[in-house]
Design a protein around this ligand. Structure first.
Ligand code: BG6
Length: 508
């Protein structure tokens, strides 16, 4: 974690404080920072949302969230209570500019009470339609001005719904805050193992010489989830897997795998290298859209004997919905390092297990000296849940002849003596408090990834009969996904088998 020695006293204002994110992630993460002694000496949280509840009721609710979701959930009550004394709550309609005078007043009071030196962070954990409005109303009260203390604003994904809305949103935000005040969260960047991608590549001399088109056959990025939409049907209907996971999280992983070494480890240098990758993404042609993009939707099935609802049976989901809960794609990056190397990405809900991993498939040895050697060298970077790194390499089986077997060289983070892995939000909130934007998204990069995926969105929108494949919950998505992978004997890595045999794969 960042060294917080220079961390300044401050208030964090959470808009949307009665929502799920504050309850499950933000407050538990801030509490973990408190337990890890990483918060500034003087610190306060102001929760803001429409629900009319008292400070006391807000604290009680947050206590429950801490006890369920914090790493230090078993902390003693009196310790949690010390933390909770830093929390207050303001009920207001955040969509009404007239109410921001009261917010400013309340902030001054808290500031005077806690000695937080007029440093404010505004965390927008609200529906995205409110991002511009809230920024504008804060601006209207001069709460963007950094004359007396710092002012930062954190925005949650989604940053826009498509290319045009992303361009509009970035433009509007910049009307009210300077670029270096805006922190766009992509929580994947806060994951310890995602940061480790850079360390694996650039702290070791052995990988980088092989990390290119001469030695790599293809790259696979998978983010599988076993859960369904879990009561978020309303949101998901508008989003779908492409907007929810690919445009942001998966494209960020691709950038970290594909980028050139940055000149330094700082926000500017890393953003510059990532941007070059996004700009080099080969634009998708009409034939790519037809052949190299696959979308699916989970259907009802039985997992381990238990009936599981299909997506169309979920709450707030249209019975005829064509929203994708699974997405897979093949694409290329047009530059010297990656020309001709296929990148495959896939993500989906209600797959057999939760796993996010990157698989680097190396080319076979140039001469097949050993008969029947089908050894496939792979480097697997496991982002979650069993964080670690695995190298698959060929080895001689003991005995006569030369039987080659693929064996694993495997490292698990749990093997480290001290393996406290901070939650992504813990790391990102702390970085924002310190003013370090290295692990945040920048506006132009987000626009560039929207530019890449926009043809897919437009194609689906304009072609009612673009295929949407059904897949039974508990399976690895539409069977057709296998056909994306080029090359003899090549297939996706399946960390475990399908859990459901019933249900039918079909075109919806
Ligand atoms: C969120 C998506 O951004 O990421 C969710 O909105 C998804 O739909 C989640 O479940 C996955 O995050 P993680 O950290 O569990 O891989």
């Amino acid at each position: 974690m960042n060294n917080p020695k220079n961390i300044e006293n401050q208030i964090m204002v959470i808009f949307g404080a009665s929502g799920d994110l504050a309850y499950r992630k933000l407050i538990p993460a801030i509490f973990d920072l408190f337990e890890n002694k990483l918060l500034p000496k003087n610190f306060a949280v102001l929760g803001v949302s429409r629900s009319e509840i008292s400070d006391k009721a807000f604290r009680e609710k947050m206590k429950k969230g801490i006890k369920e979701f914090a790493h230090y959930k078993d902390s003693k009550d009196d310790v949690i209570d010390v933390f909770l004394s830093k929390l207050s709550y303001l009920s207001m309609d955040t969509g009404d500019g007239n109410e921001y005078g009261a917010l400013k007043k309340r902030l001054s009071e808290i500031d005077a009470e806690h000695g937080t030196d007029k440093n404010y962070i505004f965390y927008l954990s609200t529906p995205p339609q409110l991002y511009s409005k809230i920024s504008k109303f804060l601006y209207g009260q001069g709460l963007n001005l950094q004359r007396k203390g710092f002012r930062r604003i954190i925005i949650e994904k989604p940053f826009g719904h498509d290319l045009q809305s992303a361009l509009d949103l970035n433009k509007e935000l910049l009307d009210f805050f300077d670029d270096d005040q805006i922190y766009r969260i992509d929580h994947y960047l806060g994951k310890e193992t995602v940061q480790n991608l850079m360390v694996t590549r650039f702290a070791n001399g052995i990988y980088e010489p092989l990390w290119n088109r001469n030695y790599i056959q293809h790259v696979e990025v998978s983010a599988a989830e076993s859960i369904g939409v879990e009561g978020r049907g309303g949101y998901y209907e508008e989003a779908g897997a492409l907007r929810d996971m690919v445009q942001n999280h998966l494209m960020q992983l691709v950038a970290l795998i594909a980028m050139e070494p940055p000149t330094k480890i700082n926000a500017e240098a890393i953003k510059y290298e990532k941007m070059k990758v996004f700009q080099a993404l080969h634009p998708l042609s009409e034939s790519d859209l037809k052949q190299n993009v696959i979308r699916g939707q989970y259907s009802a099935s039985k997992i381990r004997g238990e009936a599981v609802a299909g997506y169309r049976q979920e709450k707030n989901v249209d019975k005829k919905s064509r929203t994708e809960t699974f997405f897979a794609m093949k694409f290329f990056i047009d530059n010297w390092r990656w020309a001709g190397v296929p990148f495959y990405i896939r993500t989906g809900k209600r797959l057999p297990t939760r796993v996010t991993e990157i698989v680097i498939h190396f080319k076979p040895s140039p001469q097949q000296l050993f008969c029947g050697n089908d050894n496939d060298n792979q480097l697997i970077l496991r982002i979650q849940p069993d964080e670690g790194i695995l190298l698959k390499t060929g080895m001689k089986m003991p005995g006569s002849g030369y039987d080659v077997k693929t064996v694993n060289m495997d490292f698990h983070y749990t093997d480290l003596d001290d393996h406290y892995i901070p939650e992504a939000y813990e790391r990102l909130i702390l970085d924002c408090m310190i003013g370090d934007s290295t692990l945040f998204m920048d506006g132009p990069a987000s626009e560039e990834t929207w530019k890449f995926v926009q043809p897919i969105l437009s194609y689906w929108e304009n072609n009612d009969n673009a295929p949407l494949y059904g897949y039974p919950s508990g399976t690895w998505g539409p069977e057709k996904t296998d056909s994306l992978i080029e090359g003899e004997n090549q297939q996706w890595r399946y960390p475990c088998k399908n859990l459901s045999d019933d249900g039918i794969y079909c075109e919806l």
